[in-house]
Design a binder for this molecule. Structure first.
Ligand SMILES: [Mn+2]
Length: 446
């Protein structure tokens, strides 16, 4: 949608990413930025589906990429004519509208051909006998009364589809160098025109990133978009923008905590539903306050929000995590990829998945299937290390599955033996605050 400002969380969205996008887009709209709209970059995980379903909130629409497309540079208000239009009327239209290319469409708006001012002039010069001392006005009238279909060009027309990438259109325009190009939709209906100079006025997609700042975690095509704001609580990655922006990063347990603070700073009390979404994001990311990433501010924010929303934190949180894990019932590939992040640590390509569960004992079959999936990932995608964190909310620790040639780093980092690709790490709850920093330090030594 043109003019939309997309508020987007990271790929493989989790509850914090989705709830932050929904509630921040809502705040922007309350503040008068009506074109702000939440999107999601990928399917909802089970936990988030449960939350949205329970609260009766529509999931945000999927945004597959934010690359610029022909529809972002199209001129929609264009003059066009029908095949039976006379040369005279067509000529007058071109002069009135000051256009040099006129598309010809049928009654249903389908593109049939084009006529340029050059085609028209050439035709007139050919038809009129310029050797005559005085040109017969009946003859002129006759020529001008012919339908445009007699001279329109119908083959070899270069057209674009409205969802063609702008980079593709640029390349074709440089190769063909016409003045104007008709744009059609998938049913060949004329949508408008583009010219080379429209490339200059191309409006990049505008986005606000929440709950991430690294390009690798962002929606595809982010390098072509205009990033207006970033609201995040992760380590700073390779963030680089073409223009100044509002950047807010706080070391709290959840992006939703930061967003609740922004509501407060703006003097706006979130509606009960908004408060429930914010509360869900905080409970999810802080693993109901058990994660070491959880700060006093997260706890206070969640408690206040739960009160506004009329939620019982303990039971709501437990139901959420219960719905989210259901490990025994799900294919290993799905569990692995649901919350999987890739990191470049030193020279190592490291992938780390995480799932929280109420108890991770047993589940022998799931752990074996996960290990096999991870091993094939190492092989096929060139990872040095693929880890899966099975984080147990009840035991407050993580059973870590370890695969890849750099597996010895894990033993070095934690001083515990990895046996049968597994090691239990008591107190390990957070990928962001515990796992990644520790591995990054060890990897830097190699
Ligand atoms: Mn988060």
């Amino acid at each position: 949608m043109a003019g939309t400002i997309w508020v987007l969380g990271h790929v493989n969205p989790d509850t914090d990413a989705i709830c932050a996008a929904l509630t921040y887009a809502e705040l922007k709209r309350i503040l008068g930025i009506t074109q702000a709209r939440a999107g999601r970059v990928g399917p909802l995980n089970r936990e988030t589906s449960y939350v949205l379903n329970k609260l009766g909130v529509e999931p945000p629409p999927v945004v597959t990429d934010v690359r610029s497309r022909v529809m972002d540079m199209i001129r929609k208000e264009v003059a066009s004519c029908r095949p039976e239009t006379t040369l005279q009327t067509a000529g007058r239209l071109m002069r009135e509208k000051q256009v040099k290319t006129l598309p010809v469409v049928d009654a249903g708006g389908q593109l049939l051909g084009i006529v340029t001012i050059g085609d028209l002039a050439r035709h007139l010069l050919e038809e009129l006998d310029l050797e005559e001392p005085a040109i017969n006005s009946n003859r002129v009238q006759e020529i001008l009364s012919a339908p445009i279909s007699t001279i329109m060009k119908t083959s070899g027309i270069v057209t674009f589809q409205d969802d063609d990438l702008a980079t593709y259109a640029r390349r074709v325009m440089l190769e063909t160098r016409y003045r104007n190009y008709p744009v059609v939709n998938e049913h060949d209906r004329l949508m408008g025109m583009v010219a080379r100079y429209d490339l200059l006025a191309l409006r990049r997609k505008q986005v606000i990133l929440v709950d991430h700042n690294e390009r690798a975690h962002a929606v595809p095509g982010i390098e072509e978009a205009e990033v207006l704001e970033i609201i995040d609580h992760h380590r700073l990655g390779d963030v680089q923008t073409g223009e100044p922006l509002y950047f807010r990063s706080e070391p709290v347990g959840s992006t939703c905590t930061i967003i609740r603070n922004i509501y407060q700073e703006q003097g706006i009390t979130p509606a009960p539903l908004t408060a429930a979404l914010l509360c869900a994001g905080i409970l999810s990311d802080t693993v109901i306050f058990k994660s070491p990433t959880c700060s006093a501010r997260d706890r206070a924010a969640a408690q206040e929000l739960a009160e506004i929303a009329g939620l019982d934190i303990e039971s709501f949180g437990r139901d959420m995590f219960q719905a989210g894990s259901a490990l025994a019932e799900r294919p290993a590939g799905e569990i692995l990829k649901e919350d999987f992040k890739v990191f470049q640590l030193g020279n190592l390509k490291v992938g780390i998945g995480q799932v929280e569960a109420l108890g991770t004992g047993g589940l022998e079959g799931v752990k074996q299937a996960l290990t096999r999936e991870m091993e094939s990932m190492v092989e096929q995608e060139g990872y040095d290390l693929v880890l899966m964190m099975l984080t147990d909310i009840i035991q407050e620790g993580t059973e870590l599955l370890v695969t890849g040639p750099a597996g010895n780093l894990v033993e070095e980092a934690f001083g515990r033996e990895v046996r049968n690709n597994r090691v239990f790490l008591p107190g390990m709850m957070s990928r962001k605050k515990q796992m990644v920093p520790l591995l990054a330090r060890i990897a830097a030594l190699h």
